[in-house]
Structure formats: structure tokens, C-alpha cells
Design a protein around this ligand. Sequence first.
Ligand code: ZN
Length: 320
Amino acid sequence: MKKAIGIDLGGTTIKGTIMSEDGVCEHTTRVPTEAQAGGQRVLENILSLIDQLISKSGLQPSDFVGVGFGTPGFVDSDGTILGGAENLPGWKGTQVYAPIKERFGLKALGANDVTAVALAELKYGAGKGVNNIVCFALGTGVGGGIVTDGKLYKGTHGMAGEVGHIVVETDGIQCACGQKGCVERYASATGIVQMALEFSKYATGYEITPFVTAVRSFPDKITSKVVYEYVAAGDAVALKVHHKACDMLGRAVGVLINTLSPDRVVLGGGVMMAGNIIIETVSHYAKKHCWPAIFERCEIVAAELSEDAGVIGAASLALE
Ligand code: ZN
């Protein structure tokens, strides 16, 4: 069975694994990123991790089909890191494919870390059995990935799949990307907390619910998890936050369903700990923003892979 090395680069840790075609991971290992030491050090740490993985496996470099890696930011088609990785100073501009080829004789293929997870979901998670999916990862921000005909769609410069920056409200909330009204400002954990603070600030009379009182008393303790505890309890203002987040996400989901007609839209990330209520509410709103015949042929489902999704996605890139 074909085997690949998968590397998932994070701001503090680099995680690596050896994955077979059936999705089984072995010898999973973590090393510190040492991000503050600059791009060349990060690259050295990746190379040394690949070395460790090959030794642990007892195999030769030629026994692997290649090295796949997921990274914050973007990977251009020649293996150069483009921007978008603010937590890794000096990583931008680093060439990754050539050093891996030189040292191990292996082909390397990289992608944005969240985008690579879409491929993992298609092959081994919520996208199993179909060919076309769109993934949304609802975390600190909103990332995503598009898989068409079973292949990850990266775009010419590896920048495709930035579904979090689809504008869903004209002159909406300012986003760090420079636009206003990006879906990330509403449907990420950060966006949900911001809306909770905002809605609580202006509540008066009967709108001062237990949730509003909690937000006003402990504004620093409010997380998307706390918001969803109040949603589960039926709190009117928490539900208002939930509906706004899902309405906005439903618009972005609708745009992508109309554009790509995927088999499934997969929702993952930390916010999805809240579970089925998000799937149901997003489906309700997405339907309003979709051509009915296309919407009927698409399912909106929860992601299935958890902590290993990053390395599985990375290794899947090399197995493609
Ligand atoms: Zn944006």
C-alpha cells in the first residue's frame, strides 16, 4: 500500500505522520516550530522531522510517494510560501519543495492547512463516497476548502478556498482583510463573541435576559461555547446571536452551493461543538439563498475528522 509523509505546520508545533492510502497514521511525532527564529529555522525543523519519521518507520525515502504539508498562509505552485501566515515571521518567501526534493529525493506538495483538511474530509471523513464538497472551518476565523472531482482546488497561486472572506453584508463589520461584512466576522468564534457583546450592550427592558446579564458581568469569559450553552437553554438574546451567525453563514453557503453544486457542504471547527443546531439553522437560511433545484441535491453535514485532520489532509496531498 502506498505511503506518504504528512506535515502539519502550526504556530507552536509541527506535527508529522506517516499515512497509508487507507488513512491509517503511524509514528505521529511533534517538534517545536520555533516560529520566532525565522523561516529558515522552521524549514530546518520540518526537514529534521521528516528525517525522524523516516528513521522511525524503518523504511527508505524511496518507499514513500512524497511529502505533503499544510501551512498557515498560501503555497504558490512552485512551493514558495506567499503571505497570510502572520504567526510565522519570515516564513513568507521560503521555498519548501526544492529542499525536500534535494534532501530526500521526494516530491513535496503543500497547501493552506485548513484547505488541506477539506481533502481529508473527502477521503476519510464527512465527504466519503462523493466527489464534490465544500468545507467551512468555523474557528478563530473561518477557513475552508473546495474539492472538485475528488481533487483539491487550490487555484493558480494556492489561494483558493478563502470562503471566510465572502462578503455577506454590504457595509458590514470591518474585517482584518480590508473588506467589510466578511462571513468570518459573524460565524467564527470571534465573530459570535463580538456579536454577543454588541447585542448585550444595547439590550433594554425584557431583552435583559440571563445571557445579557452574564455577558455584562463577565465580558472576558464569553466564548462561543458559553453562547451556545445559553442557546441550548433557549435564551432569546443568545438565540438572536445564533440566528445572525447562521443567517450570515447560510448566505456564504448558498453562494457556494449555487456556484459549485457540491454533493455536500461540510461544517467543522471549534464552533461546531454546538452540533446539530448549527447544521439545522444554517440549512434553513442557506435554502433562502439557493436555487431550489441545486439546494435539494446538496446535503449540509458536520465534519467527522478531529485532531488528526491536519496531518491526514497533508499526507492526502502527496497521495493525490
Ligand atoms: Zn475578510
